[in-house]
Design a protein around this ligand. Structure first.
Ligand SMILES: C[S@@+](CC[C@H](N)C(=O)[O-])C[C@H]1O[C@@H](n2cnc3c(N)ncnc32)[C@H](O)[C@@H]1O
Length: 349
């Protein structure tokens, strides 16, 4: 039975209950089911028929707000085999990969199935998702998570236990895949297989955690000559505290998750018109050096005349300091300017 995302609660639905002190319980409504806490018993049946967003009381009158978990709530709390793609990155992946209803999408690795859930939603019932995972145990976690959230294992989702680089060609015909998303340690090892599977104009998006992976996969994509120039970005989301006059950014945030690199498959034999680019930063020209000089980056350049003036000022200041030092060594020049004979009593103890 496919889970419903709206409408009155019914048996089989997952429900998030928020009690006093924001304590959260997530339950699946079952006939005869009960939630037991130190503060009483809540019968599942009492929720059935109520609209989403209702407040229910348990046997001792303690109240709970009942809401169906959103996908972003579910992925953050579901069991994990491997690290998941966070909702902020999943949203960017869907946008940069341009995942559309009806698309044929390939992803690897499945990990815990978080990204699979977003992709399944985006391709819709008319689309198809083929997910590769090297580890059978992770694939099992992902299958269970998808089934829990969706209500069954979707007919348009295939999980292949194996290495994408070796098995992609057996799983899909050449040039038949609209979009590929790679979330793994070494995506460059899969780019050749991905180039064969992608349809002309298709998009590959890689999600990587470190700058060294980002560089390596971008250079690999560029080196094949089979894709458009790779683009890259990262997404930082800063929450805000909005309460009365206290309207400000949150003090804490998730500062780093990963980077995205994406490119499009060229048609066979296509050589794009050459784009004039600056010399690569692995070598550099006089123009590059100029770009990094203070003038080019916005610092005011001092004129020679001004500089000579500053030198004279500095030398005068140094001369003054030298004379002051000599005066102290020779004894006071001005009567009454002697240092005190003893330190103040509070210091001399
Ligand atoms: C970070 S996890 C993926 C998390 C997943 N996207 C999610 O949102 O839950 C990376 C996974 O890729 C798998 N993996 C790494 N290289 C692979 C490959 N070449 N083919 C298939 N799976 C691979 C690993 O076993 C691991 O489970």
């Amino acid at each position: 039975m496919t889970a419903r995302m709206s409408g009155p609660f019914r048996f089989g639905d997952r429900v998030q209950l928020t009690g006093p002190k924001a304590r959260l319980h997530t339950i699946t409504l079952r006939e005869g089911g009960e939630l037991h806490t130190h503060h009483g018993v809540l019968r599942h049946g009492d929720l059935v028929g109520l609209p989403d967003g209702s407040v229910v009381a348990n046997s001792s009158g303690r109240e709970y707000l009942a809401l169906r978990p959103l996908l972003r709530d579910f992925v953050m709390s579901m069991p994990r085999g491997a690290a998941i793609v966070y909702p902020k990155d999943a949203a960017q992946i869907l946008a940069q990969a341009d995942v559309f209803p009806g698309a044929t999408v390939v992803e690897a690795g499945v990990g815990s199935g978080a990204l699979s859930l977003w992709l399944l939603r985006a391709v819709g019932a008319e689309g198809r998702l083929v997910s590769f995972e090297r580890r059978e145990d992770f694939a099992a976690v992902a299958r269970a998570n998808v089934e829990t959230f969706v209500g069954d294992v979707p007919a348009n989702w295939e999980v292949v236990v194996g290495d994408l680089a070796e098995d992609l060609a057996h799983a899909v015909p050449a040039a038949s895949v609209d979009r590929v998303v790679l979330d793994m340690l070494a995506p460059w090892e899969c780019i050749d297989a991905v180039a064969d599977a992608l349809t002309p104009g298709g998009v590959v998006v890689c999600y990587v955690a470190t700058a060294t992976q980002l560089s390596r996969v971008a250079e690999y994509i560029r080196g094949t000559g089979l894709f458009t120039e790779p683009d890259a970005n990262e997404t930082m989301v800063r929450g805000w505290h909005v309460e009365g006059l206290a309207v400000r950014p949150d003090h804490r945030m998730v500062a780093h998750t990963g980077f995205l690199v994406w490119a499009r498959r060229l048609a066979p034999g296509a050589v794009p018109p050459e784009v004039k680019r600056r010399a690569s930063k692995t070598s550099f020209s006089d123009e590059d050096v100029e770009l990094w000089t203070p003038g080019a980056v916005g610092d005011r350049q001092i004129t020679d005349k001004n500089l000579r003036k500053r030198v004279r000022e500095a030398e005068r200041a140094a001369e003054g300091a030298r004379q002051a030092a000599e005066t102290v060594e020779d004894g006071p020049a001005v009567p009454g300017s002697e240092a005190p004979a003893s330190r103040p009593s509070s210091d001399s103890a």
